[in-house]
Structure formats: C-alpha cells, structure tokens
Design a protein around this ligand. Structure first.
Ligand SMILES: [Zn+2]
Length: 257
C-alpha cells in the first residue's frame, strides 16, 4: 500500500467512525426531543380553579325585638355574621342589651329609622335627616356604636323620598354614612309570609349574584323568617357562599347599579 492509498484508507476509516458515532448521537437527540415534546404534552395544565368568590350578606331590618335573641343564637350556631338595621325607638330597656350582644358577636349595626312612620320621616329631606340623626345619637349614647351604613325605610327607590333622596345621600355621606339597599328580598314583612314563601322568594333571586344582599326582618311578627333562617343559611353554604357583614362588600348595594 503506497502512502497515498494509506492516507485514503485511514481517511475512510475515520469517516466511518465519525458516522458510527454520529448515529447514536442523533438518535439520542431525536429521542430527547421526542421526550421533551411528549413531556410537554403529558404535563398537566395549571388547574383552572374557580376563582369567583361568593359572599352573601344577610341583613335584618326593623329590630331589635323579642325575637332578635333567637336570631342571634342561630347565627352563632352557624358561625355566620349579619347586619342589623335598627329602629331607634325600640332600643329601650332590655333591648339595649340585645343590640350590645349583636355588636359583641361581630354583627354590623346599621341605622334604619327612629320611628318608621312614613308620614313623619318623609315629610321633608330635613325631617328624614332629623329622624336618622336621632337614631344615630341613640346608638352612640346608649351603646357607643357608630354605624357606617343606613337603610331607607322601604328602600332608596320608594315613592316618598324621590324628590330629596340625593340631598339626603349627600348629607349623610359628609357624616361618613353610606346607604344600603338589597338585591334579594324574602318579602317577609308584607302580607302573610310563611317559611315556604320566604324561601321561594329568596331562591328566585340569590343565584343571580355572587354577592347577594338579602333583605329580611327581625321584628316581633317575623317568626316565619326566624324559622326559615337555618334553611336559608344551609342552602347558601351548600351553594358555596360564605357570609360577611355588609360594609365589607366590595361596593355598596344600591338599587339600579
Ligand atoms: Zn323597615
């Protein structure tokens, strides 16, 4: 074998060696790329969690009354916080202690009215504010409670208040008070409510909202509401709602907003 042939022969062997080494390398790379892509295919996507938070706000108007303590027992047993919109003239005698208990148990106290008589409180914007101020003073003097919310008797869209509603809202805002309506009503203070009528009125609307504000009453005539309450709470819990006091709602509850 002359020198040229020897060089050609060695070159051929070298090429063959390189080729043999390249094949497994390529296979390895191909395999790893397959593995990578297959691992991407197989790796689970980040779970899409249900991020929607559902919070219900139970509100009770027209208390305190002889039934209020029984409401408190149910709320305590169910570990649920609520908001009570009070009638000032009813905060007398042993009712003062009931309101104290509401506050001590972590419920929110809101202003409703002092006398709840449409002809008196809605005689003018001024008379409305006087009535509400009286309730505010009553709570402050007897219980050292300063509410953040008030609720118009019959709601902010009632026919009596229309002409001076805005005036009242502005004035109360200056005093750090926001008004609160509702978007679900048990209709438990009109006609002859029963446990089943209250439940069906609530079921009609609460599922439309992630932040329902339920209007109920804890006045002395509202035993059906008291009897319906454990069922209302249970059902809302089963549907994934937690409960909170109303001023903690992200935005105030106003009709038409
Ligand atoms: Zn009322």
């Amino acid at each position: 074998m002359n020198r040229k042939k020897m060089i050609a022969y060695l070159g051929g062997v070298l090429c063959l060696l390189c080729f043999l080494l390249l094949i497994p390398g390529m296979l390895f790379l191909a395999g790893s790329s397959v593995n990578t892509s297959s691992s991407q295919v197989n790796s689970p996507e980040p779970a899409e969690e249900a991020t929607v938070k559902k919070v219900a706000y139970l509100t009770f108007d027209d208390g305190p009354s002889v039934l209020t303590e029984e409401y408190l027992k149910i709320l305590e047993k169910e570990k649920v916080k609520a908001t009570f919109f009070l009638i000032g003239e009813q905060i007398e005698g042993e009712m003062v202690e009931i309101v104290r208990k509401e506050a001590e148990q972590g419920h929110e106290i809101g202003l409703h009215t002092y006398c709840h008589q449409a002809n008196k409180i809605y005689a003018s914007g001024e008379s409305y504010c006087e009535d509400l101020e009286k309730t505010k003073r009553c709570l402050s003097q007897k219980l050292n409670i300063v509410p953040k919310l008030f609720r118009f008797p019959w709601g902010s869209a009632n026919a009596y208040v229309r002409s001076y509603k805005q005036e009242i809202i502005e004035k109360m805002k200056e005093e750090g008070l926001e008004y609160a309506d509702w978007n679900v009503s048990g209709e438990d203070s009109v006609g002859y409510p029963s446990v089943s009528s209250i439940l069906s009125n609530i079921r009609k609307d609460y599922t439309k909202y992630n932040d329902p504000v339920l209007l109920l009453h804890d006045s002395a005539t509202c035993r059906p509401t008291l009897e319906a309450l454990p069922c209302i709470i249970q059902e809302l819990k089963e549907k994934g709602y937690s409960f909170q006091t109303l001023s903690k709602r992200e935005k105030p509850c106003h009709f038409g907003e």
